[in-house]
Design a protein around this ligand. Structure first.
Ligand SMILES: Nc1nc2c(c(=O)[nH]1)N[C@H]1C(S)=C(S)[C@@H](COP(=O)(O)OP(=O)(O)OC[C@H]3O[C@@H](n4cnc5c(=O)[nH]c(N)nc54)[C@H](O)[C@@H]3O)O[C@H]1N2
Ligand SMILES: Nc1nc2c(c(=O)[nH]1)N[C@H]1C(S)=C(S)[C@@H](COP(=O)(O)OP(=O)(O)OC[C@H]3O[C@@H](n4cnc5c(=O)[nH]c(N)nc54)[C@H](O)[C@@H]3O)O[C@H]1N2
Ligand code: SF4
Ligand SMILES: [Mo]
Length: 685
């Protein structure tokens, strides 16, 4: 048997969600032919969800991008790497010479490895002296980064997934973990079997709410009012943690004064007073209570304040800094934590070192061998789209599909058309590729080495199992070749480890996380500041990461969403996910098993609303907002309240034709989970 006929297992990390399950890719004849469990993983004990089990199926898809493409006379033609990269280098230089640093928009993926994200932001900053570099967290957990930084001094999850089993009470808020983070959801199932009470706060009877001991149904986007009501009753019943507040927390009086007004706010949040009290007392009375939350909390114009409300609850009751406690955003994409950690963010370098601080700039200038790094706060991903053609002339999108996933798809298309030059680097020809001038074919997770950082801050190794198809190249190769063509220094970093070490050397919180240490199954959870350090699974045990070491309570008033239902658009549209698909489905829809589970979009509509509008099960309907329309199929159900609709975000020409671009003032998160729409029956199935 020749060497290449042997079956080989390559241990790596799932490319989908932020749980970061370890798995083995099965390689035969240089091709990935399957997935097998990796049983010693402390994250998933060898178990995988349907996406993990099928994550190898898109790797050798015939639809993969295999060669650079250049748009000529409106058509894409194949090009050599030299031609494509020379053209990109020339156009980037032209933009730089003509308009300067603020004319660029650099947007990077949370799907690709840390090393790609780091080198991408280094390229933007070193090459063009711009801070207009951002990643997909902006439309995901950006409010968590902003909100938890204000509350605790660090924007990351405080405790690990498995730690929920040490809790006495689990509060799941706006997270459908069973579908969106199934192997973290498994910890909830284990907790339930152990007898730990789980309360799920969600406007919709999601799969996760179904397994909870109690489902608290509340009106969409009224988190602040509900949290304030809970805190009013906690203080009133003297169940707040006075010692913890005294020793470790600022802002109690401000909070107390604010929540006074929310004793009974049922008219806002819709939860009966007795239920609010029950929830409040259960949470506050537990010895150790944890809050697990997700996008139901963040993707609103009140996102940052919603997150701070989660922080408020935990600080008020002393539920931070111990096992079984904490505030844990379930970070979404496989590497959304990492993309932020790597400094692909408009105001920080890797490890959240602020660009506005002169010492940090001086340090990075020395490390990177440049001068003149910018101090200004760059444009965020959402703002960049809004100013295409005006301030932004040239955009570089690495591994994102804005035409499907950003709010108001019609707006996104119009804006991308205004650019002088657009580069898209992806592994498939996406809906966004249509708008590109040059398309660069990258390598997928199975074709490169590197790391993904999961939602519990664990840095997991990604290992190369096969070669990229055709002329496709590893993303770090593409960026460093481009940098070299532009005469930039500091990009002679041929391997992922070289890039990682470049990052480590200028990032105190990661310095001790060497590739050698990351080889172990349990890997390393950052912060890991020294070579001797073993990592930090629980944050804020002794003190918070704020300048004075204290956590911050905030008095936060409820604000309604930007667009509320009215006579013309009488329904509230909520959006989210389902277990079988991942985002714009570039990868999951190339698995036949996943495709056939849910091949087309649908909308959940309440029984009574459907009856009133004469809409039958599986009938076609037209949904219209102030920005666009979409046709879909009605799923008539009582899992959602009257006046509310729910659609998943996975389908092109789907729910983002309807959504609103209005932003959370603090985090610049658009209101992806709330807009007003009307519904008309089209009829037929
Ligand atoms: N299968 C699958 N898994 C994924 C992903 C995927 O695409 N597919 N994506 C990953 C990513 S990037 C992320 S960020 C996570 C997201 O993970 P989740 O946030 O758990 O998933 P969603 O379904 O977007 O939203 C969760 C819930 O928020 C609820 N919700 C609660 N409160 C409100 C509210 O006030 N308003 C609205 N409108 N909804 C509310 C909705 O009912 C919904 O069930 O999932 C990750 N995992
Ligand atoms: N209405 C509504 N909209 C939403 C949401 C919602 O809940 N509701 N959720 C939002 C959230 S939380 C998120 S995170 C975003 C997701 O938005 P996106 O990140 O735009 O979605 P993806 O489909 O994951 O796009 C990732 C792209 O990267 C490519 N890719 C994957 N791996 C690699 C790689 O290694 N290299 C390169 N070069 N490319 C790669 C994939 O083919 C794909 O085209 O959507 C947001 N949009
Ligand atoms: S839970 Fe998330 S990381 Fe684990 S197999 Fe499923 S998609 Fe992959
Ligand atoms: Mo996300």
């Amino acid at each position: 048997m020749s060497e290449s006929n042997l079956v080989k297992y390559v241990q790596t990390t799932c490319p989908y969600c932020g749980v970061g399950c370890t798995l083995n890719l099965v390689v035969k004849n240089e091709k990935v032919v399957g997935v097998e469990p990796y049983k010693r993983s402390p994250i998933n004990d060898g178990k995988l969800c349907p996406k993990g089990l099928t994550c190898w199926e898109h790797i050798h898809s015939p639809d993969r991008l295999t060669t650079p493409l250049i748009k000529k006379d409106g058509k894409f033609v194949e090009a050599s790497w030299d031609e494509a990269l020379d053209l990109v280098a020339k156009k980037l230089k032209e933009t730089s010479d003509k308009y300067g640093p603020k004319a660029f928009g650099f947007q990077t993926s949370c799907r690709t490895v840390n090393e790609d994200c780091y080198i991408f932001q280094k390229f933007a900053r070193v090459g063009f002296k711009t801070n207009n570099v951002d990643n997909c967290a902006r439309i995901c957990h950006g409010p968590s980064v902003a909100g938890l930084s204000l509350s605790f001094g660090s924007g990351a999850a405080t405790n690990g997934f498995e730690d929920a089993l040490n809790s006495d009470f689990i509060l799941v808020w706006g997270s459908n973990a069973l579908e969106a983070h199934p192997l973290a959801g498994r910890r909830l199932v284990q907790a339930k079997l152990k007898g730990i009470p789980i309360y799920a706060v969600d406007p919709r009877l999601s799969t996760t709410a179904k397994i909870a001991d109690k489902w608290i149904q509340f009106n969409p986007s009224t988190h602040i009012a509900l949290a304030n009501s809970m805190m009013y009753w906690i203080i009133k019943a003297d169940k707040h943690d006075k010692k913890f507040i005294e020793e470790r927390v600022n802002g109690f009086e401000e909070l107390k004064a604010t929540v006074e007004k929310y004793a009974d706010a049922e008219d806002i949040h819709g939860v009966p007073l007795e239920t609010v009290k029950e929830l409040a007392y259960k949470y506050a009375s537990a010895k150790s209570a944890v809050i697990i939350y997700c996008l139901g909390v963040t993707e609103l114009t009140t996102g940052t304040d919603n997150v701070r409300s989660m922080g408020n609850l935990a600080l008020l009751t002393g539920n931070v800094g111990r096992p079984g406690t904490g505030v844990n955003p379930l970070r979404g994409q496989n590497n959304v934590q990492g993309a932020c950690d790597m400094g692909a963010y408009p105001n920080v370098y890797s490890g959240y070192q602020k660009c506005e601080i002169a010492e940090n700039r001086a340090k990075m200038e020395k490390a990177w061998g440049v001068t003149g790094l910018p101090d200004w706060y760059g444009q965020t991903l959402t703002e960049q789209i809004n100013i295409c053609g005006d301030e932004i002339k040239t955009m570089y999108i690495l591994g994102l599909n804005p035409v499907v996933t950003y709010p108001d798809s019609n707006h996104v298309k119009r804006q991308l058309e205004k650019l002088d030059f657009l580069v898209v680097q992806d592994i498939f020809f996406t809906e966004t590729c249509q708008y590109a001038d040059v398309i660069l074919p990258g390598a997928c997770f199975a074709e490169k080495d590197g790391t993904f950082t999961s939602g519990e801050r664990r840095i997991n190794r990604v290992r190369k199992a096969t070669n990229p198809p055709g002329k496709a190249k590893e993303d770090i190769w593409i960026i460093s070749e481009l940098a070299k063509k532009m005469g930039l220094k500091g990009f002679d970093l041929p391997t992922a480890k070289d890039v990682w070490d470049d990052m480590r050397n200028c990032t105190p919180s990661m310095f001790g996380a060497t590739y050698e240490k990351l080889e172990k199954p349990e890997s390393i959870v950052w912060p890991c500041p020294t070579l001797e350090h073993c990592g930090t699974p629980i944050l804020h045990c002794e003190k918070f990461a704020c300048a004075d070491g204290k956590g911050n309570l905030f008095g936060i008033e409820y604000r309604p969403p930007a667009e509320v239902a009215d006579a013309e658009y009488p329904f509230t549209m909520m959006t989210g996910r389902l277990i079988f698909h991942y985002h714009s489905r570039t990868q999951t829809d190339r698995s036949a098993a996943l495709h056939y589970e849910v091949p087309a979009s649908y909308v959940q509509i309440n029984n009574e609303d459907a009856r009133r509008l004469g809409i039958g099960q599986h009938e076609k309907i037209l949904i219209t907002s102030r920005r666009g329309k979409t046709e879909t199929i009605a799923h008539v159900t009582d899992e959602i309240g009257p006046g509310v609709l729910y659609m998943t975000m996975h389908f092109n020409e789907g729910v983002n034709n309807l959504t609103n671009t209005v932003l959370d003032p603090m985090s610049k998160m658009p209101e992806l989970k709330h807009c007003a729409v009307k519904v008309e029956k089209i009829g037929g199935n």
